[in-house]
Design a protein around this ligand. Structure first.
Ligand code: NAD
Length: 353
């Protein structure tokens, strides 16, 4: 551990959209962390780095040869995460990779081996563990607000198709399973701490035939509860971000912000339903509940601080805390994504654990 100026020195490899997001986060102030420099294969991004007052290393090798760098953050397209991570770990750097960690379990194993062999921290920026909509839904689940939960639906819907850059290319690790899927799968596995018994995935190709531009993934857990995870890029009307059903109520979060509600039963006995007459029939089963039997509550919104991600990385390097995003969790998500692709290709329900 070098820690120039008493602060961890971080260098960013891949200084595009997300590399600059990390720059801004560090610039906004994280105690004990400093951005030392960057490297990007594009001259425009090297120039940007210099214009912001950072050192733009002339090569990855030059960056890795700088003894003052403690942490390398990798924010390149997905296919470069593995080779850069392995090279950086072998050069004695701690490594944070952007998500998805890489493209296969075999690749991930190489990264984990390089970390273990060199005694360095290697973790992944699964930043959406700090998303407040997710934390709010997780709290409803953890506190058992709805009684026994039997269904959880987590969706991200957009209508812009897949971006026209490397995200549309298979060899670069494009596609929505690896892009957004990795976030919502990771969140679900953090929420429901159970064995997964079966996996079924369907993939869409609406705007792009090379990679998936959307998918629907159904997971069945040991207790029988079901999770439905969906990413769509041709959804001009979005479904709610979260929808959860338990024996005593339902919860919905509409978007990434504070909109949604929890509806819970208050009286099971008053069960007189006024039948609903439709144009062609009558239903009591689907008649809405009367207000005296249910209670509608606002969401108890959970606040988070994404800077805790880097605080944990630094504490893990110092041996003060275990790393929050573990190798085992990364491998489980990667195995599940591999199985999702296989299930979609075979159009079959597959068993997992
Ligand atoms: P981008 O295309 O905007 O930026 C990638 C940059 O990497 C480009 O500037 C490119 O020139 C550079 N690059 C390519 N190959 C390189 C190499 N071998 N060495 C050095 N630089 C190289 O892409 P982006 O949107 O910033 O995505 C980058 C990574 O961040 C991806 O892995 C993506 O999945 C991830 N990402 C994460 C989040 C999140 O919320 N965690 C959000 C967006 C993107």
């Amino acid at each position: 551990m070098f820690m120039k100026n008493g602060k961890f020195q971080l260098a960013i490899v891949g200084f595009g959209g997300m590399g600059n997001w990390h720059r801004e986060l560090i610039e906004s102030g994280i105690e004990g962390l400093e951005l030392a420099g960057t490297f990007d294969i594009k001259e425009s991004q090297q120039e940007l780095s210099r214009s912001l007052g950072y050192r733009a290393y002339e090569s990855l090798e030059a960056l890795l040869a700088d003894d003052s760098i403690d942490i390398v953050l990798i924010a390149t397209p997905n296919d470069f995460h593995r080779p850069i991570a392995v090279q950086a770990l072998r050069a004695g750097k701690n490594v944070v990779s952007e998500k998805p960690v890489t493209l296969s379990c075999a690749d991930l194993q190489q990264m984990i081996d390089a970390a273990n062999e060199n005694g360095k921290i290697f973790t992944v920026h699964q930043n959406r563990r700090w998303d407040e909509d997710y934390l709010t839904m997780k709290k409803i689940y953890d506190e058992g607000m709805l009684g026994e939960v039997f269904n959880i639906e987590s969706r991200v819907h957009g209508s812009r198709g897949i971006p026209g850059d490397w995200r549309g290319m298979k060899e670069k690790g494009g596609g929505m399973i690896l892009d957004w899927g990795v976030h919502i799968i990771d969140q679900m596995l953090q929420m429901v701490k159970e064995k997964i018994t079966s996996v079924y995935c369907q993939i869409y190709h609406v705007t792009n035939y090379e990679v998936d531009d959307g998918f629907t993934l159904t997971l069945t857990f040991e207790s029988g509860k079901r999770a439905l995870l969906e990413v769509g890029t041709s959804n001009f009307i979005e479904l709610p971000r979260w929808y959860m059903n338990g024996e005593n109520g339902s919860a919905q979060i509409d978007d990434f912000y504070h909109h949604g509600r929890v509806v819970r039963i208050t009286d099971w006995d008053k069960n007189d339903a006024v039948p609903v007459k439709t144009a062609a029939g009558l239903t009591k089963t689907m008649a809405p509940r009367t207000d005296e039997t249910i209670k509608t509550e606002e969401l108890d919104w959970v606040k988070s601080d994404i800077k805790d991600f880097y605080r944990n990385v630094m504490a893990a390097i110092e041996g003060k805390e275990p790393q929050k995003i573990t190798h085992q969790e990364l491998m489980r998500v990667m195995r599940l994504m591999e199985l999702a692709f296989e299930s979609a290709e075979k159009n079959q329900v597959l068993s997992f654990e």
